[in-house]
Design a protein around this ligand. Structure first.
Ligand SMILES: [Zn+2]
Length: 274
């Protein structure tokens, strides 16, 4: 797998300076290699040395990003090495439960702390698969989601709405400035955003160019007002729509700049610069 980045000077130059710059990410077609049983050494950011995990579901190579069962469930790990020479007791080993598919393509333009794209294949479902692990096989509780009414607000002056608690606006702004609105997409009037709080929460809504309606968040907050994540999403949507790049564009995807760099420049797989 190799990624080709174009206009890389613009990308590097704008890293600290703010706006402008475009990066094209092209991925080679996904290779469908048969799974190979192995022990993978996986390292997690902010933790000690790499740990061993059994894998029989995926074809793994050093540089792959994976989710695992056990203590580090929910954290994305980096495969450091792989060996097929092993003899272990399967029941004593934690397992690799998902492998990130980073076959992302598209042209991304820097706008504030977001990378905007009008043609990426990084849809909400794929983004979710990169950030949120499948259910923990060791703690397998069925979910049964039920919803009441979603929130509706006018985007222009949502702060005035009675469903917005003023005390939540500053924390929501902090979410925006701290880069916690990781992903945002608006496709055919349907919006989806992922926000990093205690966990990664998904906010969904509809937007007709003026009113945000049917807004829900997956966080545990249930009160008679919007949660911080939903307010952060409204702030982000208004910021993005004020950008000249989005003039006359109805559909777009926006990825947090730091996360974009993490996905496409800090990978240990080969990156070809052109
Ligand atoms: Zn929420």
């Amino acid at each position: 797998m190799s990624f080709i980045r174009k206009n890389v000077i613009g990308f590097a130059d704008t890293a600290e300076n703010g706006d402008g710059g475009a990066v094209t990410v092209e991925a080679a077609p996904a290779e469908t290699k048969e799974p190979v049983s192995c022990i993978a050494k996986v390292r997690f950011e902010g933790s000690g040395p790499a740990l061993d995990y059994y894998n029989d579901e995926f074809y793994l190579e050093p540089g792959d990003r994976v989710f695992v069962s056990g203590k580090y469930y929910g954290k994305r790990g980096l495969v450091e090495s792989v060996t097929t020479h092993f003899r272990v007791d399967k029941n004593k080993y934690r397992k690799v439960i998902a492998k990130n598919d980073l076959h992302v393509t598209g042209r991304f333009i820097r706008a504030n702390d977001k990378m905007i794209s009008f043609d990426t294949n990084l849809d909400a479902e794929r983004f979710a698969s990169l950030m949120i692990p499948p259910r923990d096989p060791e703690n397998d509780e069925e979910e049964e989601i039920v919803c009441g009414d979603g929130w509706s607000v006018d985007l222009t002056d949502f702060e005035e709405s009675e469903c917005v608690d003023c005390d939540k606006i500053m924390p929501a702004l902090d979410y925006c400035t701290d880069g916690k609105v990781l992903y945002f997409s608006l496709i055919n009037g349907r919006g989806t955003a992922f926000i990093k709080g205690k966990s990664i929460y998904k906010t969904e809504f509809e937007f007709d160019g003026k009113t945000v309606s049917g807004m829900f968040c997956s966080c545990p907050f249930n009160d008679d007002c919007l949660c911080k994540h939903e307010i952060a999403v409204l702030i982000t949507l208004r910021m993005l729509l004020s950008r000249p790049e989005l003039e006359d564009k109805a559909d777009f995807t926006a990825l947090d700049y730091t996360l974009f760099r993490d996905f496409f420049t800090n990978m240990s797989k080969e990156i070809t610069l052109k």
